[in-house]
Each structure stands twice: as structure tokens, then as C-alpha cells.
Design a binder for this molecule. Structure first.
Ligand SMILES: [Zn+2]
Length: 701
């Protein structure tokens, strides 16, 4: 059964390239880095029957080119089986309780590209039975739970659609219609889920299809992006439908990822395993759910804001008590209690896994102490609750179980916070703390505190980062040489590539994949054409991925392996999928995102001034350069001198951003006119860099 680790040898295969969808338009390409979230739009490579391994006989590379689980990986999986109460069936009972019907096959086609599916639940049908050797058994268990899908009754009048997307849509029966909580990520998945529910209710004799209120629990896109898939913005206005959200929702929803969106999108390819096959050597789960739905995103502005605890509202005859929890899991968030039903919705402040204090796609770190404090507040506020449900995962029934769960969630974040700070104050560095810190058994044995999404290791680093930042105070780390130079130095020190590879192989033979990865990573950065180094590094990442309990860690390692074997994809997100959101994004945010793309080296001594006049909004903005920095300000009069004025509508401006209209088209369109020098205008916009929607991560370029 147990095999020793087979050494991989170099790939002879040509790297695949993802289809390039380049913007042809000048201005569009200048502006398309505006990316509101870290979700990506590229396709996995075609399956090929290439053998990247060459002629070494005893290597099984698997269908996708990755290696067999090693004996060390098997032993690690065995440890997990022995340490965790995997026979406990309570979560499976909860996840199946109240099932009304499942949709089969649950596949949702893309609105934009009818040949593709934004949601393909049958792709995960392979997740059943015992964990294969290539998947951590604890993650496998979570993946099985997240596979359970359908329309469920939570309690009388409260239903959930689970497994139609990364998140859950909750339906609460009001007097005159349905109160919808968190309409999923994409219009496509939201429409599929909502229609399925309506069919099921109709079959049970309830023909009510009206939507009487919308609730967004927080500002992350998997909780609002599908809203226009279930009703139109016009209907919301015409029928005066309450749209309830936490204070700060709109600002955060449209800007949280705006400035750094390009990098986040690319990094999210790794975190969510976007390009991995769905199989036991590929992506199995994100911990939080299967993964995000990459469809058409939308948003509507809320008309009812909740900004304090407790806020009481009656929506369509149902009483709600809100707890406002900003700067916790999301910058704008709330939870709520339904006193008539003794049920509460925890939003995403609590969930059935350890969440991220830092997310691997890259984001500002979250405040563990505040987060934990909200959970304690929630525990007290909702002490009357017999039912818990949330925007991810499955509900829980029973007062005592809920109280216990909330204490565990509270203490998972507080323990990581407190003990990290304790070690930090003893001079420990982030890496030391990540290595040393372990949850106490009382938390480690609770599945809802397991690191399926966040991990103790990277959350501990996040706490350190939040207080002390990137510098660990060791002068050797203050100004180290850049990666490639350092890599070359280490390869030379090792006595050359062959000796370094020999040492890496020795480490692999002992199952020390972390050390082998570090060695081989130096070699790949020093010699990016060294195929053997890349294949060996990929083989290390395979094993680290197989062993990971966290969905994102697994996806990060396996995507690293994929890109070492097949190259960097050429294209990232298709910005056009975000048009609905961009139309509601404050204009100033676009200028901020332009400023971070200024080619400063070309802007030296330039002092150009451009006026943008939005004819429909009747708003005017001045853009100007000073000290190689782009500034913007709203103008109340238009008296100052400028090189040129661009008169255009807001939708046209957004069309340019989404690549649907280019500068040339725009200049001759009736919607736009230019006063002053068109040449200056072109020269001005040419100072802004085309964003790289894809870039190398596991290789130097
Ligand atoms: Zn979410």
C-alpha cells in the first residue's frame, strides 16, 4: 500500500497558454485594472496525454501530471484520521436536516458565454466515501459536507438554498412575499437557486413569488453579487422594496478591492484553485464552500442602513433585531435575530470553520480582538436562540449547542490573538509563532474551529502583522538582496545546481518538503529554465497540497505545481462581468485606481491638467500631475486652466473601463466632446500603465 516517494524528472512538455482576451482599445487597456474583487476569468488547460516526466520509469504522474502521494503524505493523512473524531455524524445530520429537494444536475450556464458553466456541482460528484490518499481526510470531510445541496427548511418560514454557490441564500416568509438574505455571488446562480425554490414551493401549494425585502449581511460579493438575477433595480424602486445593509456597505462593496484588485485577482487564482481540475489530485473544496461562482456580478444600493446594535426593524411583518459588526470578517457587516422564531443569522461573523484573519489572495488584515468581541456580544444578545443559520455552511439546532459553538468561535480567534501577542512580546518572529502556536484540544477537536479556510499558521502571522507590520526587527531582514540575486547566491553557495538538487532530493527522501521547496525555489529563481528544478519543486508542492487541511493552502500548492509544469496563464479577469457594479462605484475610486498606475518615470516634469466633465451627472473633476503623482479633485467652478477638457457621460466612462468602448470610438461618439488639445489628452492617458492581469508567481517571469 505505502509507496516511497518517486522522484520526478524534468518536463519535456510545452507550457500551455490560456486564451488571451486582450483589450484592443487604448483607454480601456489603461483603465481595466479596476477590479472590484479577486475573482478571475480564465479557463483550465485542456487535458492532454503528454508525459511531462520524460523517460524515468517508476513515476506515476497522475492524470493531471502531478505525483503520487508519498509514504510521508500517507503517514500524515493517517495521523489526521487518528487525531480527529471523524466518525462523529452530527454535522452530516445538521447539513441534511430539513431537505425539501435537491436540483440535479445542478449546473448553471454563464450568461456571457453560453458554452461554459459558472456553477458545476456534478464536477464534485467524485467526493464520496473515504478520503483518497491525495486529500487530507479532514478537508475531505468538509468537502463532503459542502457537497450537500438543495432547498432546506431551517424552521417554520425560514428556508435556505445551499450548494448553489459558495454562499447560502436564505428565504424568510413574510406576510406578503419573501425576504431574501444574501442573494449569492452571480446573477446566474441566484436565478437558478431562486427559481428552484419557487418551483418547490409551488409544488407544495405556495404560489407566492414576490420578493418583499432584500438583506445583504455584508460587503463581500458572494453575499450580494447575484441580486439582479432575482429582481430588477426598477422593481426595487417601483415597488419600494426595502434593501437592508450594514452602514458603509456600498462604499466597502465597491471599493474594498479596487486599488489592489489586479494583484488580488491573480493571487485568487491560487487561493481558490480556479485553474485546477476538479478531482482527487486537484481542487476539492474551499473550506467555506465549493468555490466562488464566476458569473455576472451585480449590486443595488441599499435604502435601509443598519449602523448600531441593537437595531429593530419589521420587514414584511417579521421582526428583526440587528447586531452591527463592522471591521470584523468584513468591513461592513451585521448579524440578526428573529425573536418570533428564536432563530439568528450569524452572517459570516461565525461559520463552520476557522475563518481568515488574513486572506491568501491578499487583503488588509482583520482585527481578531474586535471579531472575537462581536461573537461574545452575539452570544449574549442571542441567548434566547434555539436555531442558528448563516451565510455559509449548515445550520445548528439547540440552545446549548449554539452557545457552545459561539464560545468556541469566540475563543478560536481570541486564543490566536492573545497567544500570538504573548509570543510576540517575548521577541518571537512571525515564522516562529506560526510554527509554535497550536489551538488547545478543546478547540482543536471542534470541527467548526478547524483550519479549512483560515489556518492557525497564517492567522498568527496576521495578528503579528496587524500590530508590528512586515519587519521582524532582525537587521538581516531589513534590506535583504532581491529574490533573484539571493537565489543565485544560494545556488553558488550550494556548489551549483546539481549539488543543490541532490540536497533537495535528500530532503524529499525524508519527507521534508518544506525545506526541499525552499532549496528548489532558489534554483528556479536563479535558473528559470532548469526543467528538473521546476518539476522537483512541483512534486514538493503536490505533497504539501495533498497534506493540507485548508482548502486554500491545498489550492495554493497545487496551483503552484500546475504553473511550474505548464507556465503562467496569460489572462486574468474579464472586467465586463462587473459592469453593474462599476456603474454604482463612486467616481473618485476610479481616479484612485488610475493614480496607482501612473508611470512615474514618464511623468517627470509633466504638469498637465485635464478636466473631466460628466454631462449626465453634471459633475466636473480636475486631474493633474505634480511631482510625478496624479491628483484629483471635484470642481465647483471650471475656471482654472487645463490642457484639455473631456465631456462625457458616466456610463460611457464606465464602458471605457470595461473595454466596451475605446478612446478612438469615444472621441467620435456623440456622447463625448473635447475642448482643447486632443493630442494632450492622448499623451496624458498614455502615462498610465496597462495593468498586468496575470503575472508570474512561482517563477521569476
Ligand atoms: Zn462569504
Amino acid at each position: 500500500m505505502i509507496k516511497t516517494f518517486p522522484h520526478a524528472t524534468p518536463s519535456s512538455a510545452k507550457p500551455w497558454r490560456l486564451t488571451t482576451i486582450r483589450s484592443k482599445k487604448i483607454l480601456a487597456s489603461l483603465l481595466t485594472s479596476v477590479s472590484l474583487l479577486a475573482l478571475i476569468g480564465c479557463q483550465p488547460p485542456e487535458q492532454t496525454n503528454q508525459s511531462p516526466i520524460g523517460d524515468t520509469p517508476n513515476v506515476d504522474i497522475g492524470a493531471w501530471g502531478n505525483t503520487e502521494p508519498s509514504s510521508f503524505t500517507l503517514a500524515a493523512q493517517q495521523d489526521v484520521l487518528e487525531q480527529l473524531p471523524l466518525a462523529d455524524q452530527q454535522d452530516f445530520k445538521d447539513a441534511n436536516r430539513g431537505l425539501i429537494a435537491s436540483l440535479s444536475p445542478l449546473k448553471t450556464a454563464s450568461l456571457r458565454e453560453s458554452e461554459t458553466f459558472v456553477w458545476d456541482r456534478p464536477a464534485y460528484d467524485f467526493i464520496k466515501g473515504d478520503a483518497p490518499n491525495s486529500v487530507n481526510p479532514s478537508l475531505w470531510r468538509q468537502a463532503k459536507l459542502n457537497n450537500i445541496n438543495g432547498l432546506f427548511e431551517v424552521t417554520n418560514g425560514v428556508y435556505q438554498l445551499r450548494g448553489f454557490d459558495l454562499s447560502n441564500m436564505t428565504l424568510i416568509r413574510g406576510q406578503n412575499g419573501w425576504i431574501i438574505v444574501d442573494p449569492l455571488t452571480a446573477k446566474e446562480t441566484a436565478a437558478t437557486a431562486f427559481q428552484f425554490a419557487m418551483q418547490q414551493f409551488a409544488a407544495r401549494g405556495d404560489n407566492e413569488q414576490r420578493i418583499s425585502a432584500i438583506i445583504f449581511t455584508h460587503s463581500h460579493i458572494d453575499h450580494f453579487g447575484g441580486v439582479l438575477g432575482i429582481l430588477s433595480a426598477d422593481d426595487i424602486q417601483r415597488l419600494n422594496i426595502p434593501v437592508v445593509a450594514p452602514q458603509g456597505f456600498m462604499e466597502e462593496a465597491t471599493s474594498e478591492n479596487m486599488i489592489a484588485g489586479t494583484a488580488m485577482s491573480r493571487r485568487a487564482v491560487f487561493m481558490y484553485g480556479k485553474n485546477l481540475p476538479r478531482n482527487e489530485r486537484g481542487h476539492v473544496d474551499s473550506g467555506l464552500g465549493k468555490g466562488p461562482a464566476f458569473g455576472e456580478f451585480s449590486i443595488v444600493a441599499p435604502n435601509t442602513l443598519v449602523g448600531k446594535t441593537v437595531t429593530e426593524l419589521t420587514l414584511d411583518g417579521v421582526n428583526f433585531q440587528f447586531q452591527y459588526t463592522p471591521e470584523s470578517e468584513a468591513p461592513a457587516e451585521f448579524t440578526f435575530y428573529l425573536p418570533q422564531l428564536k432563530a439568528f443569522c450569524g452572517g459570516e461573523v461565525v461559520s463552520r470553520n476557522m475563518h481568515n484573519l488574513y486572506t491568501l489572495r491578499g487583503a488588509k488584515v482583520r482585527d481578531a480582538l474586535k471579531w472575537s468581541g462581536y461573537i461574545e456580544e452575539m452570544r449574549q444578545l442571542y441567548d434566547g436562540a434555539d436555531i442558528y443559520f448563516a451565510s455559509h455552511h449548515w445550520p445548528m439546532w439547540g440552545h446549548d449547542r449554539i452557545q457552545e459553538f459561539l464560545k468556541q468561535q469566540r475563543d478560536t480567534y481570541k486564543y490566536i490573538h492573545d497567544q500570538t501577542v504573548r509570543l510576540m512580546n517575548k521577541g518571537k518572529t512571525p515564522g516562529d509563532i506560526a510554527e509554535e502556536l497550536q489551538l488547545p484540544e478543546s478547540l482543536a477537536q471542534a470541527f467548526s474551529s478547524r483550519g479549512y479556510y483560515g489556518t492557525v499558521k497564517h492567522n498568527a502571522r496576521a495578528v503579528y502583522q496587524g500590530y508590528l507590520g512586515w519587519y521582524d526587527a532582525n537587521p538581516a531582514h531589513l534590506d535583504p538582496l532581491p529574490n533573484i540575486e539571493r537565489a543565485k547566491g544560494y545556488v553558488a553557495l550550494a556548489g551549483g545546481a546539481d549539488k543543490l538538487i541532490a540536497e533537495a532530493r535528500r530532503a524529499m527522501d525524508k519527507g521534508n518538503y518544506r525545506w526541499a521547496s525552499e532549496l528548489l525555489n532558489h534554483l528556479v529563481f536563479a535558473q528559470p529554465d532548469n526543467a528538473l528544478a521546476k518539476e522537483l519543486l512541483a512534486a514538493n508542492y503536490d505533497q504539501l497540497g495533498y497534506q493540507a487541511e485548508s482548502g486554500p493552502w491545498r489550492d495554493v500548492y497545487l496551483t503552484g505545481a500546475l504553473e511550474l509544469r505548464h507556465g503562467t496563464p496569460e489572462k486574468g479577469i474579464n472586467i465586463a462581468t462587473m459592469k453593474d457594479m462599476l456603474l454604482l462605484t463612486p467616481i473618485e475610486n476610479f481616479f484612485d485606481s488610475m493614480a496607482v498606475r501612473l508611470k512615474a518615470e514618464d511623468a517627470t516634469d509633466k504638469d498637465w491638467r485635464i478636466r473631466l466633465h460628466f454631462t449626465d451627472l453634471k459633475e466636473t473633476y480636475l486631474l493633474w500631475l505634480e511631482n510625478s503623482v496624479l491628483h484629483h479633485a471635484r470642481e465647483t467652478n471650471s475656471e482654472s486652466d487645463v490642457n484639455a477638457t473631456l465631456n462625457l457621460t458616466h456610463p460611457l466612462f464606465v464602458s471605457m473601463l470595461t473595454g466596451e468602448a475605446g478612446l478612438k470610438d469615444t472621441l467620435f461618439s456623440d456622447d463625448l466632446s473635447v475642448d482643447g488639445s486632443r493630442i494632450d489628452l492622448v499623451r496624458f492617458f498614455s502615462l498610465f500603465e496597462k495593468p498586468a492581469t496575470s503575472f508570474a508567481i512561482v517563477t521569476p517571469e
